[in-house]
Design a protein around this ligand. Structure first.
Ligand code: BDR
Ligand code: CA
Length: 306
């Protein structure tokens, strides 16, 4: 018998890897997606909201969607349309969304969802941490009913923006700092790990055969510039969902993470892996992922949706 589904809120900026992550999460038997919130990141928040609504409608789900922050807390938005296309999900002609966004802001929707839940909620940010930072600043009482944060973002190695920072923490470093200082348990699935979690031609050709879901992803993948069809497509955000359902795919370590706020490393997640400078930890970080098992997990989960 399957244990009760884990209640989660996903904060997202679709984004082609976000789209794969949402598709698996919305259809996974271990997960109960209570709410989807959107934020500016890969493209602006209007587009990330439209894209989320299109996905929810595509899968005929009743999950509420709330639009969040249009820009980072203190700095200008630098988007990632060069990777995901102008719409954020270029390549597939989605039908008009039937689902409509809630008429409350994402932060209000999260607060209501968390405070009324009988079970602690897991937050799953796969985008800039702007909404989550505002939630903790405006409604710190929500922290009591959050089980943990499982996030895609940060890096223990190189970045994909400046030399050191991963995109999600780079977009809003001040928000990242608020979240890492919040005291809420954090699992960080960072770029150094997610960049190795690629779908190769082998998996992509299998996915293509999965009916309209397969056609949708195959079409998006032709336009995705996170890696290439030759070297493999990087499934960054999908790793956070895999951690939720199958954590044994990952090797992890507890550590303390600081956020660089400015200068040439702005947005970098500086980890004290040897705990030389801190007495307490504030995060669990992923060090490694079982790539073949992850690839199999993605294919199986996309196949099941059909
Ligand atoms: C992260 O940045 C975004 O472009 C992706 O959707 C992912 O969340 C990877 O650095
Ligand atoms: Ca994302």
């Amino acid at each position: 018998m399957l244990k009760e589904k884990r209640p989660i809120i996903i904060d997202t900026d679709p984004g082609i890897d976000d789209a794969v992550a949402l598709s698996i999460a919305l259809n996974h038997p271990k997960l109960d997606v209570k709410l989807l919130t959107t934020v500016a990141g890969n493209v602006n928040a209007h587009k990330t909201t439209e894209n989320t609504l299109k996905l929810v409608s595509f899968f005929d789900k009743q999950v509420p969607v709330a639009k969040g922050c249009d820009k980072p807390l203190l700095i200008q938005l630098e988007d990632s349309a060069d990777i995901h296309g102008e719409s954020g999900m270029d390549g597939y002609d989605f039908p008009e969304a039937i689902a409509k966004a809630l008429d409350v802001h994402a932060v209000e929707a999260m607060k209501d969802c968390i405070l009324k839940s009988t079970e602690p909620i897991t937050l799953v940010p796969i985008a800039a941490l702007t909404n989550i930072a505002l939630l903790f600043s405006m409604y710190p009482e929500t922290k009591q009913n959050i089980k943990e944060i499982v996030m895609m973002g940060g890096s223990l190695a190189r970045g994909n923006t400046n030399t050191s920072a991963e995109f999600n923490t780079y977009v809003d470093p001040h928000a990242a700092q608020i979240v890492f200082q919040s005291g809420v348990p954090i699992v960080m699935v960072g770029l150094d790990v997610t960049s190795t979690a690629v779908l190769t031609k082998n998996e992509i050709e299998k996915i293509k055969e999965f009916g309209e879901v397969g056609n949708m992803f195959y079409s998006l993948f032709q336009h995705y510039r996170g890696g290439s069809l030759q070297t493999g497509l990087k499934m960054h955000d999908v790793c956070a969902i895999a951690y939720l359902t199958d954590p044994e795919l990952f090797t992890v370590q507890e550590t303390f993470i600081e956020i660089a706020l400015d200068g040439p490393a702005a947005g970098a997640t500086v980890a004290d892996l040897k705990m030389k400078y801190h007495d307490t930890t504030n995060a669990v970080v992923c060090l490694d992922i079982d790539i073949p098992a992850f690839q199999q997990w993605v294919v199986l989960n996309l196949e099941k949706i059909n």
